[in-house]
Design a binder for this molecule. Structure first.
Ligand code: ACO
Length: 328
């Protein structure tokens, strides 16, 4: 027997501190005009020094559970999707498990770059549909400021910090309709954090060479993204048996407004029906999609019963999309 899965609660946690393009003008050779025209980003949020992924994840998870009206003890699994975990191990999800008192939950992290949340929702859905679990927290959390070189204008204008969590539960109606995830590992070198893993353990030398920060080949990632997002949506639509005309809203990963406009155009979706938060939050990696979903739910751009596609791309290179019927 196949069970149905749906989103029954959602929460976010966004740091209060704002870093504007004007602030960045005082840090690197850039301009508000360049950043807005090339990316659409106006400002982003930066977490305090003492805040880590598990702190934001805990706050967002509590809000999602509260909305769903369940007890933390009823959570069966916690998945944190992140490229900026508290530390390499233990999993940030295990720290969150303890923080929220989800004493009956298994916990692990997923590393799929900015596509992390799409991967997390896909994994959770399988566990629900098979009947293995009933309530799963999927938390997309990244604090990219912690791995960003604020002397590198190629990357530091793009990234911000934030977190979004959903509770995915066994539901009567089908809320998560279909999923598509894919990777192209031949592009792994285009987006990476070179040092600190088993390939290049951290040393004084790696720190001096600034290899503990994000490295990105922007133009290559851009080329990949404008192809990958429409492809993921098209494959998902084919697989689901839906057609694009029955899609009410699109929530893409928030890396660059030009990538989003290009994808929307290729798919024939009006920008009026596309969620955008990058102007105020920049690229929050795994958090961008759930935070945009939350904000467009709260400001009523998304209504109960809407068919929504979430689509992302990121380090790996990975990409993917999920089709949901909004139930809240
Ligand atoms: N301010 C001013 N000038 C800049 C800045 C800046 N912040 N950054 C780069 N430039 C310069 C470059 O040095 C270059 O100068 P040059 O021609 O003298 O060499 C010029 O601007 C143009 O650079 P391009 O790289 O051609 O600029 P482009 O239009 O491609 O925009 C950008 C760059 C915004 C990075 C774009 O390539 C992009 O968005 N790529 C995708 C990035 C992305 O999506 N990342 C997501 C993944 S993140 C994750 O998974 C963690």
């Amino acid at each position: 027997m196949k069970y149905n899965a749906g989103i029954t609660g959602i929460g976010i946690s966004i740091p209060k501190k704002v870093l504007t393009n004007k602030d960045l003008e005082n840090m690197v050779e850039t301009s508000d005009e360049w950043i807005v025209s090339r990316t659409g980003i106006k400002e982003r949020r930066i977490a305090d020094e003492n805040i880590a992924a598990s702190d934001l994840s805990t706050e967002a998870a509590k809000e999602a559970i509260l909305m769903a009206g369940i007890d933390a003890k009823d959570v069966d699994l916690i998945i944190v999707t992140t490229v900026t975990p508290d530390m390499l191990y233990p999993a940030t999800a295990a720290i969150v498990q303890n923080n929220i008192g989800a004493v009956n939950a298994a916990a692990f992290d997923v590393s799929a770059g900015c596509t992390g949340f799409i991967y997390g929702v896909t994994i959770a859905t399988q566990f629900i549909e098979t009947g293995f679990y009933k309530n799963i927290l999927v938390i997309g959390c990244d604090l990219l400021s912690k791995v960003t070189d604020f002397t590198d204008r190629n990357t530091c204008v793009l990234f911000g910090d934030g977190c979004g969590a959903v509770l995915i539960s066994r539901t009567e109606e089908k809320g998560i309709i279909d999923e598509y995830i894919m990777a192209d590992g031949s592009g792994a070198d285009f987006l990476s954090l070179p040092a600190g893993g088993s390939r290049m353990p951290s040393t004084i030398e790696t720190v001096n060479k600034r290899l503990h920060y994000t490295f990105m080949n922007g133009p290559e990632v851009f080329k990949f993204a404008v192809k990958a997002m429409p492809e993921a949506v098209t494959k998902l639509i084919e697989k689901s048996g839906f057609n694009l005309s029955s899609i009410d809203y699109l929530i893409p990963h928030q890396a660059n407004i030009r990538i989003i406009e290009s994808a929307a155009k290729r798919l024939g979706i009006s920008m009026d029906n596309v969620g955008i938060t990058l102007d105020k939050y920049g690229n929050m990696s795994s958090a961008s999609i759930p935070v945009t979903l939350y904000e467009d739910f709260k400001n009523k751009k998304i209504k109960k019963g809407d068919n929504i596609i979430l689509v992302g791309f990121g380090a790996g290179l990975t990409y993917g999309a999920v089709l949901i019927k909004w139930m809240l």
